[in-house]
Design a protein. Structure first.
Length: 151
């Protein structure tokens, strides 16, 4: 399971914590908890099971860690002649990442899985333990809220 899902779990956690060492630690914690609870696992939907553990690990992390301020500034890449397009893309990506970080946890999870990891609505629903219809509603609301944040 680690070989198959570690990168997905890491990216999911990375979007939420925005810090590589912390995301790596939380990924390791997720798989450690999975290993300890493997006898309780029914063998069905390993992705959903691991995402549930990752979400719980993330919740434990947030309980222990103070929240980041929402007005945290975005680091702009240094300007280099001839790289305007690259800088624009990096700035846009940073702006989107910052806006996604401001969404509530459920919305952030849905946006991360659907658009950053390319999951289908069904896969997202399975991973988050939601109905497919609920994923679509949360996605709609998240995109509406992102549009307002990015305007």
């Amino acid at each position: 399971m680690y070989a198959t899902y570690a990168d997905d779990i890491f990216r999911f956690l990375m979007v939420h914590v925005r810090d590589v060492p912390t995301a790596e630690d939380l990924t390791a914690d997720t798989f450690t908890k999975a290993w300890r609870a493997i006898e309780k696992f029914d063998g069905k939907q390993p992705r959903a099971w691991l995402y549930m553990i990752a979400r719980n690990t993330l919740n434990d992390h947030w309980r222990k860690t103070p929240a980041l301020p929402l007005d945290e500034s975005i680091e702009l890449p240094s300007e280099a002649p001839g790289h305007e397009e690259t800088i624009d893309k990096q700035f846009a990506a940073a702006k989107v990442t910052h806006a996604v970080a401001q969404l509530p946890k459920d919305m952030r999870s849905v946006v991360t899985l659907r658009f950053m990891q390319g999951y289908s609505a069904k896969q997202t629903a399975e991973a988050l333990g939601m109905s497919e219809a609920n994923v679509r509603v949360v996605q709609f609301r998240a995109l509406k809220k992102l549009k307002g944040l990015l305007s």
